[in-house]
Design a binder for this molecule. Structure first.
Ligand SMILES: Nc1ncnc2c1ncn2[C@@H]1O[C@H](COP(=O)(O)OP(=O)(O)OP(=O)(O)O)[C@@H](O)[C@H]1O
Ligand SMILES: [Mg+2]
Length: 342
């Protein structure tokens, strides 16, 4: 396992040479025990993430796409310190923040926030929304007087398209879209620099999704926020992201600037993923033929050697099944992990 992770490192460093990043993941790996023997020792592992490396420049958005179970949330949770990586490192603004103690981590907790998929379960139903939004202000002692606190909560509400008069209402008195606005206001309260948005608009109607994404974009421009935007909705990812990584079974298989990946779709898996979703507006000159995903999604438990997509790939050769592919450069700022590319 370690050898593979190391070789990943070296390949990736070719691409990740630039120092122009704010957040950087270096070979992030997360293995969960799948089965244990009668002494409780693991005998097989779920490879939720395997050698995931990427970097996000300040003020930019990195999109993360891939089928359900490919490890998107696991990567987000490792960055947010909710999972301790099996191996790999996380750098934040030039500092290694992997495995810090709770106390050492505290300043970063203020600067790094997470907005979840589900605005229904992540809001305490017994609290007034004003107090929910102000939670971070209280936790980190960011306001000194009651008046200042109230004013800051009202300002956050206005910025997120909520009415300050409604600060004394409870979450159930709001619509789904408004609840997601509350979650975003709560995340913004601590003046974060980096936000992981994990399926943050997926549960909402299309028209509401657009409003929330625009809200995120506005707040980003205002304070140079850096986002990791996890979603299975390619259209939304395209709209908000500057760069994108495509994940398959715990690994990144393609990455690059949003438009180059969208136009070229180099990896057979990316092609399949895109042909499963109608993309609007249609991509001019994009690949016309449809690749349909054959075979079942492989299990992330002890995945096979070689390319993980080989079992479902129409172009797979014997070599693909035997050896893990290396990274190839498709064009400027666009890389793919596939043998089809020299
Ligand atoms: N705490 C955990 N314990 C054991 N297995 C886990 C745990 N968290 C995630 N997994 C497994 O790791 C794999 C990746 O899960 P993850 O939630 O990261 O996928 P995802 O890409 O976010 O999927 P989705 O699009 O459905 O949200 C899955 O096989 C999942 O079952
Ligand atoms: Mg997820």
């Amino acid at each position: 396992m370690d050898e593979r992770a190391n070789s990943f490192f070296q390949d990736d460093n070719v691409y990740l040479r630039s120092n122009d990043y704010f957040l950087r993941a270096d070979g992030l790996t997360m293995h969960f025990p799948a089965k244990t023997d009668r002494f409780g020792r693991p005998v097989s592992w779920i490879h939720a993430a395997d050698g995931v490396s990427f970097q996000v420049p300040k003020g930019k958005t990195m999109g993360v796409v891939g089928e359900s179970g490919c490890g998107k949330s696991t990567v987000g949770k490792m960055l947010m310190n909710l999972y301790r990586p099996t191996s790999g490192r996380i750098y934040y603004d030039g500092r290694d923040i992997t495995g810090l103690s709770a106390r050492e981590r505290r300043p970063y907790q203020q600067k790094m926030q997470l907005v979840w998929q589900d605005p229904y379960s992540s809001l305490d139903p017994r609290m007034h929304v004003g107090d929910i939004i102000g939670e971070g202000l209280r936790n980190f002692g960011l306001t000194s007087t009651r008046e200042e606190y109230r004013e800051r909560v009202f300002e956050l509400m206005r910025k997120c398209g909520l009415f300050p008069e409604e600060a004394n209402k409870f979450p159930h008195q709001f619509s789904g879209g408004q609840r997601q606005r509350i979650c975003i206001a709560r995340a913004l309260a601590t003046n974060p620099e980096f936000i992981v948005l994990d399926e943050a608009v997926s549960a909402l109607d299309v028209s509401i999704q657009a409003q929330i994404v625009n809200l995120l974009k506005d707040r980003q421009q205002e304070s140079s926020l850096t986002y990791l935007f996890i979603s299975h909705d390619l259209n939304i990812v395209r709209y908000i992201s500057d760069e994108v990584i495509v994940m398959y079974l715990g690994q990144i298989v393609e990455r690059g600037t949003m438009e180059t990946v969208f136009q070229t779709r180099a990896h057979p898996y990316t092609q399949a993923l895109f042909s499963a979703t109608p993309v609007f507006p249609p991509v001019p000159g994009g690949k016309k033929e449809r690749i349909l995903l054959e075979g079942d999604v492989l299990s992330p438990v002890d995945p096979p050697v070689g390319c993980r997509f080989a079992g479902r790939c129409p172009y797979a050769t014997e070599q693909c099944r035997k050896e893990e592919p290396l990274w190839s450069r498709v064009e400027e700022n666009h890389y793919v992990k596939c043998r089809l590319y020299p």
